[in-house]
Design a protein around this ligand. Structure first.
Ligand code: SF4
Length: 293
């Protein structure tokens, strides 16, 4: 009897060690990859078994480690993101991409997930002045994706891209192409409003760009339309003026990109609407759309 008890204790002891080792790996993985909180019910059977073996103390430990990992994730991850030259980044300001981006892609990213991360993001100073984040809106499988530079006052208030007067003009432009707003995807380079609608700073673009990159990866648009100078120059990594960029297709990581005027610019310069319409017609031709004006 005593021999059997000793044998059972020995087996349990080794099982316990193996499970502890797996638990440690999972906690390290949570710390490293910044996975969000995983409830005990989502933990697989061996770990549930460990919880049964070790009692509530272990469960509390798992939960506290997960919460700790969640808090540390944003500053600990992303060590594989190198800032571009001319941009100074501190260790507290690593872009929200890199290892986490790769893991998200492996696990299957989603626009909702990106939106949730944007809502919590405090990677640059705009987090202090924003009212709402504006991650983007539209069809997740859109063939055409519009990308502006940053939310303005109306967008910041409503958390939606391209609203207000410029948004109305923009909607008219989309409808003139024979499309509806909910058939395209609309996003910005920055997800938070720069104060007084100033141009985005290089460091803000660098911090925020991984979100847009993930959105593009997820949507896989056939064509990207860059709205305005900042968007076109950022996506095409050039300092060339918009006047030389618009009117022809360029490539953004293999996707056709056409640059045109930002709707807010068109409100201030109505004479440029004709040129903008010419640009949109180039896109329409490529997409096989007919003029709906
Ligand atoms: S602008 Fe982008 S990087 Fe900066 S706080 Fe907003 S979401 Fe984060």
């Amino acid at each position: 009897m005593a021999g059997k008890q000793i044998l059972k204790m020995t087996i349990n002891y080794h099982k316990y060690l193996a499970l502890l080792s797996e638990l440690r790996l999972r906690i390290e993985s949570l710390k490293l990859y910044g996975q969000p909180y995983v409830s005990a019910t989502e933990i697989n059977n061996p770990l549930k078994e460990l919880i049964c073996l070790a009692g509530e103390d272990v469960e509390e430990e798992i939960i506290s480690k997960q919460l700790e990992a969640e808090n540390q994730s944003s500053s600990k991850l992303l060590l594989d993101n190198e800032p571009q030259s001319g941009t100074e980044l501190t260790s507290n300001h690593k872009p929200p991409g890199g290892l986490k981006e790769t893991l998200n892609q492996l696990n299957g990213d989603s626009l909702d997930q990106i939106g949730r991360e944007v809502a919590k993001c405090r990677k640059c100073g705009l987090a202090k002045t924003r009212t709402n984040t504006v991650p983007g809106a539209g069809l997740s499988s859109a063939k055409l994706m519009f990308i502006g530079e940053a939310p303005g006052a109306d967008e910041d208030k409503q958390g939606e891209p391209f609203v207000g007067r410029a948004g109305k003009l923009f909607t008219n432009m989309i409808e003139a192409m024979g499309l509806q707003r909910n058939e395209v995807y609309i996003a910005n380079i920055l997800k938070c409003r720069p104060p007084k609608n100033r141009d985005p700073e290089a460091v803000e673009v660098e911090m925020c760009k991984p979100f847009l990159k993930r959105q593009i990866t997820e949507i896989k648009p056939r064509i990207i339309c860059a709205l305005g100078r900042v968007s076109a120059q950022t996506l095409l990594k050039t300092k060339s003026p918009l006047s030389t960029l618009r009117g022809n297709f360029h490539k953004y990581e293999g996707t056709d990109l056409l640059a045109t005027f930002h709707p807010a610019y068109l409100l201030r310069n109505p004479a440029a609407k004709k040129d903008a319409w010419n640009d949109l017609q180039i896109i329409m031709e490529k997409m096989g759309l007919t003029d709906k004006r």
